[in-house]
Write a protein that binds this ligand. Structure first.
Ligand SMILES: Nc1ncnc2c1ncn2[C@@H]1O[C@H](COP(=O)(O)OP(=O)(O)OP(=O)(O)O)[C@@H](O)[C@H]1O
Length: 559
């Protein structure tokens, strides 16, 4: 702890040379050396901060300033190293693609190297294989190569694979493939009532999974229902209810429907828990148990998926499953090496807004996701950024109405939001392909929260960048997150590594750090004027290009 105190006790003995980069963030006369920030562009080029549409089309990110310590180099190092995750002593499985996959369990089915093998080996329909192609899924990822055959062979599965590696398709494809004829047309004896249930912790994620599922099922009349109050009401009619093939829901919504008798799960043959560790935590577990009890068919295949699965959650999962196979892709509970991660010291809460404004004043890669700890802090930080001239700022938290949340997600998907301030509700599962930078404005409340938050970038082979602010109050937990960063191949200052490891008890306090209810304003004086003159929250691409042109030549903003 001594090193941390040296850094933080009022700055008297602060070693400025050693922490030059952190000091630069507070020195307005110097540009901070933010790794990954592009240098200023020539006047004839669109400024990099405006040029994100190119990226949004999926082009390879060109990060300037990457050194030999950049994510690629780190990835290489990790692949070359002999580092190994737990379970590797079990059934050896060939290395697929870039990530090591280990499987534990009896009679593990052989992995597939190409989607087309699913046609010959499992008679997967050409319609489904065609839909994969149409979606741009040409080759399976590690979790898909191994996980899909396991599920197609009817086995239960615990799958742990890093964020953005295609877990959704790994469970959707086998389910859709096993459905056969849609319930509405079927004369076969497949029972009546919903046959597959997929559970996710947030409405946004359930919605995203629903969209993926619809894409995959194109061309067949399966009824795939995203559960909401409205759909629950429509299922009051048994004739409608019996024609549903798949339900995708949050646990609470489904339990309410079970209790009111609008849904029966006795015909369910496939049950998937996405973000399994969250679903099995104390908040959701009673609901999951109720849903499990409702799935009373003698042959229910169960699968749990997550990027993180702490031992406690894994034990609960294993007890739920029958003769399961456990798959681990990459290093368990570790972000992908493609995400360049760093820690930024900001002393106290009041210093965060100025630090963030300085960060956003440099060229950055929009859209950027900014995580805060509470709903009020999300709203107030978004407001603060707008007042201070940051463009296209949006926010999202669970206290907003369903419509507001849907609109915010849709603006993000369409590329209208450049800066999205959000709470934990966006941390898990949300897939926005263009997100290149994540900022943990408030320190995460657990290692799992950290991994999922930073996992909103660096998805499906793209590079990403994640910055985590820490204050003096976060000091005791710094080492825990630093270890995760180090394990995934990014570098951490030496002094942090020398901090003592917090006890298990202490680590539990990580999520309980007290923060002010609202973020602290960057400017008190002239705030009312600033609000009146603030730039409209959303402007068109052309308007923004004009603004930047004027900014460069010192013009006055007129919009
Ligand atoms: N085989 C594939 N080829 C190309 N892209 C794919 C493939 N499989 C999935 N994807 C795309 O990769 C992205 C990430 O997939 P997905 O959201 O399923 O990741 P995940 O592992 O569930 O991540 P998280 O842990 O954050 O939930 C999505 O945009 C998806 O469309």
């Amino acid at each position: 702890m001594e090193a941390f105190h040296l850094l933080t006790r009022g700055g008297v003995t602060f070693n400025k040379k050693k922490f030059e980069k952190d000091v630069q963030l507070f020195d307005k006369s110097k540009k901070p050396d933010i790794k990954g920030a592009a240098s200023s562009s020539s006047a004839s080029e669109l400024p990099p901060e405006l040029d994100f549409f190119k990226y949004a089309q999926g082009g390879q990110p060109k990060r300037k300033g990457d050194s030999t310590d950049g994510p690629k180099a780190k990835k290489q190092k990790l692949e070359e190293s002999d580092s190994e995750e737990e379970g590797s002593a079990d059934t050896p499985v060939p290395v697929m693609g870039r990530q090591r996959v280990t499987a534990k369990g009896k009679d593990v089915p052989e992995a597939v190297e190409a989607f087309k093998s699913l046609g010959s080996r499992y008679e997967m329909s050409s319609l489904l294989l065609g839909n994969l192609e149409k979606s741009g899924y040409h080759e399976p990822t590690g979790i898909q190569s191994h996980g899909i055959p396991i599920l197609l062979e009817g086995r239960d599965l615990v799958a742990i694979s890093p964020t953005g590696t295609g877990k959704t398709l790994s469970y959707l494809l086998p389910i859709v493939s096993a459905l056969g004829a849609p319930a509405s047309t079927s004369k076969q004896d497949q029972g009546s009532g919903v046959r597959a249930v997929i559970l996710a912790p947030t409405r946004e994620l359930a919605h995203q999974i629903h969209n993926e599922c619809l894409k995959l099922a194109q061309g067949r009349k399966w009824r795939i229902v995203l559960f909401s109050k409205a759909t629950a009401n429509s299922l009051n009619d048994k004739n409608v209810r019996d024609k549903v093939d798949i339900i995708i829901s949050t646990p609470l919504r489904l339990v309410a429907a079970i209790q009111s008798g609008t849904v029966e799960l006795k015909n369910v043959r496939h049950l998937v828990l996405d973000e399994a560790d969250r679903m099995l935590d104390s908040e959701f577990l009673p609901q999951i148990q109720e849903i499990l009890a409702g799935c009373s068919h003698s042959d229910v295949q169960k699968a749990v998926f997550s990027a993180t699965l702490p031992a406690g959650a894994e034990k609960i999962a294993m007890d739920m499953l029958r003769n399961p196979i456990r798959l681990v892709v990459g290093l368990k509970d570790t972000p992908l090496p493609l995400i360049a991660q760093s820690l930024t010291y900001v002393a106290d809460d009041a210093s965060k807004v100025p630090t963030l404004l300085q960060y956003l004043a440099q060229p950055y890669n929009p859209p950027v996701l900014i995580f805060v700890s509470t709903q009020d802090r999300a709203t107030s930080l978004a407001e603060e950024l707008i007042i201070n001239g940051t463009r296209n700022v949006d926010h999202l938290h669970a206290g907003m109405t369903k419509k507001e949340r849907e609109d915010a997600v849709s603006r993000m998907r369409q590329g209208h939001s450049w800066v999205m301030v959000c709470t934990e509700v966006m941390a898990r599962g949300m897939d926005f392909k263009g997100v290149r930078e994540v900022i943990n404005y408030d320190f995460p409340k657990s290692v799992q929260s950290y991994i999922h938050r930073v996992g909103r970038t660096g998805r499906m082979g793209r590079e990403g960048k994640a910055v985590t602010f820490f204050t003096n109050d976060d000091g005791p937990f710094l080492k825990t997150i630093a270890n995760v960063i180090l394990q995934s191949g990014s570098t951490v200052p030496e002094w942090i590594l020398k901090l003592p490891k917090p006890s298990k008890m202490k680590r539990k306090e990580m999520g309980k750090v007290k923060r002010p209810e609202f973020v602290q304003a960057a400017r008190q004086v002239g705030r009312a004027d600033a609000i009146k003159k603030r730039i409209p929250a959303f402007t068109t691409h052309d308007q923004l290009a004009k603004i930047h042109e004027k900014d460069r030549i010192g013009g006055i903003l007129e919009i």
